[in-house]
Design a protein around this ligand. Structure first.
Ligand SMILES: Nc1ncnc2c1ncn2[C@@H]1O[C@H](COP(=O)(O)OP(=O)(O)OP(=O)(O)O)[C@@H](O)[C@H]1O
Ligand SMILES: Nc1ncnc2c1ncn2[C@@H]1O[C@H](COP(=O)(O)OP(=O)(O)OP(=O)(O)O)[C@@H](O)[C@H]1O
Ligand SMILES: [Mg+2]
Ligand SMILES: [Mg+2]
Lengths: 225, 225
């Protein structure tokens, strides 16, 4: 479902060239649950942004459902981002001036749902992450872990078949983390694909396959069956 | 050095009253290294913001170095925040339009250091968190864990005697976390006071005392000598 062929991305800072991604080739099949680990700055978020069609590589190919993403028109890309992919950002990226419920409902506006449907589906997603009682709070009226969970609910609300989660439990206590892991487990058992960046081995243990990155390259790729 | 007497803080949301802090009484002595743990939404960041003189309680008393903070004039508070306390925010709070080096140097402007001193001290702090080679990057040109480390460097640059760190390793891999813990250990051995919110027991194990909060109250308070 996700395939990269010699994917590279560099940034130029004055005289220096930073290789964020260095010829990455990997394949992820439909229905897999993959964890990505690696040191700070090793390229994990950069790779996730390319998977999520939020950024494009400098060289190499990215195939999503066997289609070359760089050759798709913007309308197709927008639809893929809205209907097929749910993205949990490392820094949440919630809109500050609207409530948690409205933030979660945002993808449903693009999906053409009416107001009543949006309210129902958004409240359902918030309930799944334990935040039905915070629906009317704006992001600055929520704790760090609550904002993180609103970002997770927003990624799930349109029932996408691919979940891309960048450090989804970085701000959560053990009990709340377990609840999110159970939710992801359920989504995975429904046949969906999950790619999750995490720095915690306990969290990575929920996945079937762990890829580690170092300096923009893949260092190890281990499936535990 | 830090003492609270029946500290309370509530938020009113429509008809509902949310007790973020519910009559918290505790004392932290000079030179202690304390970890604060607890579920998402239990009041940890709210308590830390009051410790850091960034927020005020609704009722109860906060004594910092035996002075009642609520009775101090704003100038005194600003000086305390700048010289005595180093605060690492859960959401980093870096200024987006200036570089990592300039972000770290910011507290030194208030402290009256000249340009040459600021550059030297800021570069030193960045080196301590492993980011000397990212000094010229703006926050959006940094990874999540790099931004977190810039926030840590900024908190340390003025050598404050009290470090308040809210989830300082939430976005860091194990190796980088260990480096930050060694840095904190050094700061603690120099006689400074550290209060650190964390959701990871491995990180809390570096402290001498662990306080857990539940629903705005202190649930357990254990010193391991
Ligand atoms: N401005 C506000 N208005 C209303 N409620 C608020 C506001 N700020 C915080 N809260 C609520 O107060 C409670 C405590 O928040 P706090 O940020 O202190 O939690 P926390 O323990 O730091 O959580 P986390 O581990 O998720 O970071 C939360 O339930 C939150 O929803
Ligand atoms: N716009 C940019 N300009 C220059 N360098 C950049 C830019 N964006 C990212 N980088 C660099 O690219 C590298 C990879 O960044 P990336 O965010 O993918 O790391 P990461 O593995 O997600 O790290 P973390 O675990 O800290 O979140 C980092 O060293 C970072 O400094
Ligand atoms: Mg990242
Ligand atoms: Mg918090």
């Amino acid at each position: 479902i996700i395939q990269t062929i010699e994917l590279s991305k560099s940034y130029q800072m004055g005289q220096e060239i930073i290789k964020a991604l260095d010829e990455i080739s990997l394949s992820i099949n439909k229905g897999e649950y993959v964890a990505i680990m690696g040191p700070s700055g090793s390229g994990k978020s950069t790779l996730m942004n390319i998977f999520g069609c939020l950024d494009s590589p400098q060289s190499g190919t990215y195939l999503l459902n066997q289609k070359n993403v760089s050759q798709l028109p913007e309308n197709d890309l927008a639809m893929i981002r809205n209907e097929e992919i749910g993205f949990v950002f490392q820094t949440f990226n919630l809109l500050p001036r609207i409530s948690a419920l409205e933030n979660v409902a945002l993808p449903l506006i693009y999906a053409g749902k009416n107001k009543k449907q949006r309210h129902k589906m958004a409240l359902n997603a918030l309930t799944q992450v334990g935040l039905a009682n915070r629906a009317s709070h704006k992001p600055n009226e929520l704790s760090g872990g609550q904002r993180q969970r609103v970002a997770i609910a927003r990624a799930l609300v349109n029932s996408p078949s691919i979940i891309l989660a960048d450090e989804p439990t970085g701000n959560l206590d053990t009990k709340t983390s377990d609840e999110i892991m159970q939710l992801f487990e359920q989504i995975h058992q429904n046949g969906n694909t999950i790619v999750m960046v995490t720095h915690e081995t306990d969290i990575a243990a929920h996945a079937q396959r762990v890829i580690t990155m170092v300096d923009g390259r893949i260092s190890t790729d281990v499936s535990n069956g």
